[in-house]
Design a protein around this ligand. Structure first.
Ligand SMILES: Nc1ncnc2c1ncn2[C@@H]1O[C@H](COP(=O)(O)OP(=O)(O)O)[C@@H](O)[C@H]1O
Ligand SMILES: [Mg+2]
Length: 340
């Protein structure tokens, strides 16, 4: 039996999404192989071991459940009561290399990529910088930082209009779940979008809006990673924003994506190339934008702790590739220990 810490919640804007993902992991992990230690982190950053029901984790009631909430959450890691840590935490303080750093300091194997790889993948601007050296096609972009924008906003607006035009996407560098992301159709909404994005980050990425299909690939492995069959997202709204992701049942997931054999092979190979360039390990979901007119493939982003609910793309794409959810968890734990 291995002892596994399953971390959920966290300080990021994706706290709620993390609770759903973690509940799903807890429901699917093989309890005959693992002793599970669910550890909740509140939005304020307090850690607790949680011994109550998974349902309470899912609906958020765990925080009020004083009988089952034990204030030794972080000690489980510090005292090395577990063999491996699965941070089912999306976004900042979970997916960005910080938790990976804590585990590394403690010598605890951690599911997913390393400190450096997690940090680069979390930061949409650094992902761009790194991959453009490798000739990976990405949407044209302009970087805006809070300090310079405060001094000369018009200069940035002009640069964006000249280089990108409308529509364009305004994204906090460290966003996730589309929080703080807007699609700007004109100067007014661009300015409003920048104000919104700057609430979340001091570095903003503005990208040319592509008229594109959204194709994703689940990649799994350490030195010899494998790519799943690609899937496609058909957002119920103008773009795949927070509501379309989690609240609007009309968004559709198609697995496998409607692509030709050749397109499938290309995109799977490309996702592995990107995964290796970013030095990923364990897992990552590689998201593409495929031009609706000419089929050109652009990298959109790489998620190192992708959504993990039973209806999320990452586990569903593996299921469609022949790896059921609980075996996927086994493999992630095995990969973490191998790398650790
Ligand atoms: N350059 C772009 N062109 C067209 N649509 C985009 C572009 N960038 C983002 N989007 C849309 O916005 C959504 C969220 O952007 P994304 O970069 O994936 O952020 P997040 O990390 O929050 O998921 C995408 O799923 C897609 O629907
Ligand atoms: Mg995305």
């Amino acid at each position: 039996m291995k002892n596994v810490a399953i971390l959920f919640g966290g300080k990021s804007t994706e706290h709620e999404v993390s609770r759903s993902s973690a509940t799903s992991v807890l429901n699917h992990i093989d309890k005959s192989k693992y002793n599970v230690f669910p550890i909740g982190i509140t939005k304020e950053g307090k850690w607790f071991q949680y011994k109550g029901t998974f349902e309470n984790i899912s609906n958020g009631n765990w925080e009020k459940d004083l009988n089952n909430k034990i204030a030794d959450g972080i000690n489980i890691l510090l005292n090395k009561e577990v063999d491996v840590v699965f941070p089912v935490l999306h976004g900042m303080y979970g997916e960005d290399g910080t938790m990976q750093g804590l585990c590394k300091l403690l010598g605890l194997p951690c599911v997913g990529p390393s400190v450096m790889s997690s940090a680069v993948c979390m930061d949409k601007i650094y992902t761009k910088y790194l991959l453009e050296h490798e000739g990976i096609k990405q949407a044209p972009y302009v970087v805006v930082n809070a300090f310079d924008y405060g001094i000369k906003p018009e200069e940035f607006i002009n640069k964006i209009e000249e280089n990108l035009g409308y529509p364009c996407f305004v994204k906090p560098a460290n966003s996730g779940s589309s929080v703080g992301i807007t699609k700007a159709q004109n100067r007014e909404s661009l300015k409003a979008g920048l104000v919104e994005a700057l609430k979340h980050d001091r570095k903003i990425l503005v990208e040319e809006g592509l008229n594109a299909r959204e194709i994703e690939v689940a990649v799994l492995g350490n030195d010899d990673p494998k790519a799943s069959v690609p899937g496609e997202i058909i957002p119920a709204k103008e773009f795949y924003d927070y509501e379309a992701k989690y609240q609007d049942a009309a968004s559709k997931l198609m697995i496998p994506a409607a692509l030709s054999e050749k397109e499938m092979t290309n995109i799977r190979e490309l996702s592995i190339r990107i995964y290796k360039k970013l030095d990923c390990a364990g897992m990552a979901r590689v998201d593409f934008l495929v031009d609706k007119e000419n089929g050109e493939v652009y990298l959109n982003e790489v998620n190192t702790i992708p959504g993990f609910t039973s209806i999320s793309m990452y586990p569903k794409m593996w299921e469609a590739t022949g790896l059921p959810y609980s075996e996927l968890i086994d493999e992630l734990i095995r990969l973490a220990i191998e790398r650790g």
